[in-house]
Design a protein around this ligand. Structure first.
Ligand SMILES: [Zn+2]
Length: 288
């Protein structure tokens, strides 16, 4: 073989390799912080899973902050800070029913302060859905841009019969004044695949989850309540009404989450799984 032919061949191979897109990863300096908004506990597992036996002794109320060079993101906002002093007044019978525990250390300002942020430093508020333990503190971010499925906004304001109990109107009373990206599907938030929002109606009409691609830790899925527990995903178990708005949608949401787990080896951070939460690094520690 002529030397020029070999060189042409090598050049061709290099060009082909350069055209293969590298596995997407977030920009340098990107960080993911894990928080819990107080805790729940002492409620029947059957509330999370049809046929679930016994009680859940303790469960987190997960929410997350992503620091990205183009702006800080909060994914879900936990329980309303009013539940620190007035749990029964704000949550009604659900406060005792779910064993809600909140202290001053759980207030949104205190939590963000632990990672050097103020509520005004948050650029985007992404809501997995607007139930009381995820959309509780949206009023703390009046100047942020909210990233919510349009269907979820309608479901929160005008819930379907039988599905109003987990929405607290006081949580989003001021929300008509805010700025929105009203979604009817998926969104690549920074257009770099580092924070991908995936529509997954099932738990509620406008549920969505986030796929976060970190520079060192790889892909993490933040489920909100698209899936409650690791066991739910593994055994394909869904919650009873009103924790399931659409059974078929719920199963499809599980399938979408599994896709990222299997295709990218994604870690999955469930909002309410006690064991998975205990095994994650908590703020101020972080994933990068
Ligand atoms: Zn929840």
């Amino acid at each position: 073989m002529k030397r020029s032919t070999v060189i042409c061949g090598l050049v061709a191979i290099v060009l082909v390799l350069m055209s293969v897109p590298a596995l997407a990863q977030g920009p340098a300096g990107m960080r993911l912080y894990v928080f819990t908004s107080g805790s729940l506990g002492g409620f029947p597992k059957g509330a999370l899973q049809i046929g679930g036996q016994g009680n859940v002794d303790w469960a987190p109320v997960g929410f997350y902050v992503i620091k990205h060079p183009k702006g800080n993101v909060i994914f879900d906002t936990g329980n309303n800070d009013n539940t620190i002093t007035n749990p029964d007044g704000w949550w009604g019978p659900l406060a005792k029913g779910f064993g809600l525990k909140m202290t001053q250390n759980d207030a949104m300002d205190a939590q963000l302060g632990r990672i050097g942020l103020k509520t005004s430093d948050i650029k985007y508020v992404v809501l997995g859905h607007m139930h009381l333990d995820h959309g509780g503190n949206i009023s703390k971010f009046p100047n942020a841009t909210f990233v919510v499925q349009n269907d979820e906004m309608k479901a929160a304001w005008w819930p379907d019969p039988g599905y109003s109990i987990y929405y607290i109107p006081g949580d989003f009373a001021d929300s008509k004044k805010y700025t929105y990206i009203r979604l009817h599907g998926d969104l690549d938030l920074f257009n770099d695949r580092s924070v991908q929002i995936v529509r997954a109606p099932g738990h509620t009409p406008g549920s969505q989850f986030a796929v976060v691609r970190l520079p060192k830790s790889g892909t993490v899925v933040l489920t909100s309540d698209v899936v409650y527990l690791k066991e739910s995903l593994e055994k394909n178990l869904i919650p009873p009404i009103p924790g399931t708005w659409s059974p078929m949608g719920m199963y499809e949401g599980y399938q979408k989450v599994r896709l990222f787990r299997d295709a990218e080896g994604a870690s999955i951070f469930f909002a309410h799984d006690p064991e998975v939460f205990k095994a994650t690094k908590k703020a101020p520690d972080y994933y990068e």
